[in-house]
Design a protein around this ligand. Structure first.
Ligand SMILES: [Zn+2]
Length: 303
């Protein structure tokens, strides 16, 4: 069911990545800047990520021999260096995820460049890390960010939703790997409730909330695809949820032919494969101006 599937290393039927975006309490500070410091419950909910969930997740990964990817805003690296150092010490990848989880489309290209550079500095200064992969906060990447990815020599982006498996993006005569995401494997819909940032959904129980992810895995496993979770330590790293994930990981690693890898390894594999094989390649930008603007200019729609 997948056109031009990519063969995975060692005969694996499915590539797998459980990625965690360690946003911590950046979310409340960027959305309620006037008084976020005194909103103690959301700050504590965010701090649970680096302080409680990340050590738990890393312990599981270490026991099962997994290397995975984390995306961490620069400010969170400054606030929680121990969590990030542990990730790197254990051989995981730490990717770029903005500075304070700022939404790219809400800022000018120049402001975005400033935030982006500040985050690069935090990665390097605090963790000795030079990220090669990027995920936009709330997936809201735009062309201004793609210019920055080229400027800083990134290998891949993981913010777009254009396919089931990784594909290539061509922009300004350069190529980047896109490692696609989608809302069906994001843990925000089943597990987040965050009234302060305008997100109010009924929280599902651990088994119910995780079930759609396992269905996604089954479909990808049957099709030779790519199972990619986009999770958050303060959500899926909670005790009862992680207990179920851990049991699923144990069973899957034992019974299935899967390739769990950090995204930069998957990106490298895909790039190598693309050198001599057909692969989906999207040209950016998709549009040079909003379609409605050109329709108005041609008098096709009322302004
Ligand atoms: Zn995030």
């Amino acid at each position: 069911m997948i056109k031009n599937p990519i063969p995975w290393p060692n005969g694996a039927r499915c590539a797998c990545a459980i990625t965690f975006d360690m946003d911590a309490d950046s979310l409340i500070h960027i959305s309620r800047p006037a008084d976020s410091h005194d909103r103690l419950y959301p700050v504590s909910m965010g701090k649970y990520g680096p302080e409680v969930a990340v050590p738990r997740i890393l312990q599981t990964y270490e026991r099962l021999g997994l290397k995975q990817s984390f995306f961490v805003p620069g400010w969170c690296i400054e606030q929680y260096p121990a969590a990030v150092e542990s990730m790197l010490e254990q051989g995981h990848e730490v990717g770029h995820h903005g500075y304070l989880h700022e939404d790219p489309v809400r800022h000018s290209y120049q402001e975005q460049a400033d935030w982006f550079g500040r985050a690069m500095d935090a990665h390097k200064r605090i963790a000795g890390n030079i990220p090669k992969g990027y995920r936009a906060p709330v997936y809201n990447i735009n062309q201004g960010v793609f210019d920055l990815l080229l400027e800083y020599d990134f290998e891949y982006d993981s913010s777009l939703m254009g396919d089931d498996i990784p594909y290539m993006l061509e922009y300004r005569d350069r190529k980047l790997v896109e490692i696609p995401v989608h809302w069906g494997t994001d843990d925000w819909p089943p597990f987040a409730h965050y009234e302060e940032i305008g997100y109010m959904m009924p929280v599902k129980g651990p088994a119910d909330g995780l079930q759609p992810f396992w269905e996604e895995f089954d479909a990808h496993y049957e099709s030779g695809g790519f199972f990619h979770c986009i999770w958050h330590p303060f959500l899926t790293g909670r005790l009862a949820r992680w207990r179920r994930v851990e049991a699923w990981l144990e069973k899957t690693l034992e019974e299935k032919k899967v390739w769990f890898a950090p995204l930069h390894e998957i990106a490298r594999h895909v790039r190598d494969w693309s050198q001599s094989n057909p692969i989906r390649t999207d040209q950016l930008p998709y549009y040079r101006e909003p379609p409605l603007a050109s329709a108005k200019a041609m008098g096709q729609v009322e302004s």
